[in-house]
Design a protein around this ligand. Sequence first.
Ligand code: ZN
Length: 369
Amino acid sequence: MQDFAGRLGLDHETDAVGNVIIRKAATAGMEDRQTIVLQSHLDMVHQKNADTTFDFDTQGIEMFVDGDWVKAKGTTLGADNGIGVATIMALLESTDIAHPALEALFTIDEETGMTGALALQGGVLKGSIMLNLDTEDDTELTIGCAGGLDVTAHGHYTTESSIMQHGLKVMVKGLTGGHSGMDIHKGQGNANKIMNRLLYQLHQHFKIELGELSGGGLRNAIPRESTALVNTNHPDEVQTFIAAFNQTLQSEYLLTDPKLMISCEAQPVCTHVMSDTDLHHLICVLYACPNGIYRMSPAIEGLVQSSNNIARVQVANGQYTVQCLTRSSVNSEKEDVKDAISAAFALMGAEMIFGGAYPGWTPNPHAPS
Ligand SMILES: [Zn+2]
């Protein structure tokens, strides 16, 4: 990018981490317009086919044109964000496109942590309008975005020897799942929440013991499955209760999760189980912990403003971990959801761990256009 700017005789600078900024003056008659910052990222997701020999450190992508498409031989093309980079380069190179003063901002390392954008120093850019050209839809303008925060609750529990006679493996399966950002408004079931609702009822009606609990997977996926190993002295009644619970939930989730199946099968008794007090606390805290939509946007109809996904619940060997992904386009509200989750887990003395934070961007539909 430095060579490119040099060849065109354009002002350019490179910051400490390697972000490149290239400046181009307004074309004749556009001098009184506001400077526009155009941003794209220079890195790409580099993947190659198994049968392709390719060294991403030294080789350039082998592009070719196929009809209306630009493609790459045996590797990813890097259209994310090559399209944006190429668009800005075309403007910088052009002699026949009218434009105001431009500041082209090429950031490094978007894909593995946004370290380029995060390290960009304040005051480097002069423009006050920025268009980020990293998008998949060229007919849409984005005016806001949710920020995120990984919220994890972790702690130890008291393990006791089982005093019950029968073991059961309880399973929640067949949920639709989805992306915790894109699909959170659709009302799909969360396997961790459904399992917890069942455990709450079983604990109230039958006094079960919990040996292990495992539900969900990736933090940004609405969990589709959960499995609990429980002990009981009333296996037949519990099985009948779960069958009825399955019917109730299948009817509640008929439209969103038509393949939902809640079932159980006999298995050996878990010899070591969570103490009854700790189990009571865990079930109540998970019930109280917010999940799904927290608040809709008052500015844009149908837009979720804040949400939480209870993505993964792990209980085994005296330790529990609950992983959530919290999102909001309003940073103060993201803190509110974080505190709501933390407050619930404070009731059982959990240690809270926060990570992976990135800021939200609150939409302003009345901004000048
Ligand atoms: Zn990108």
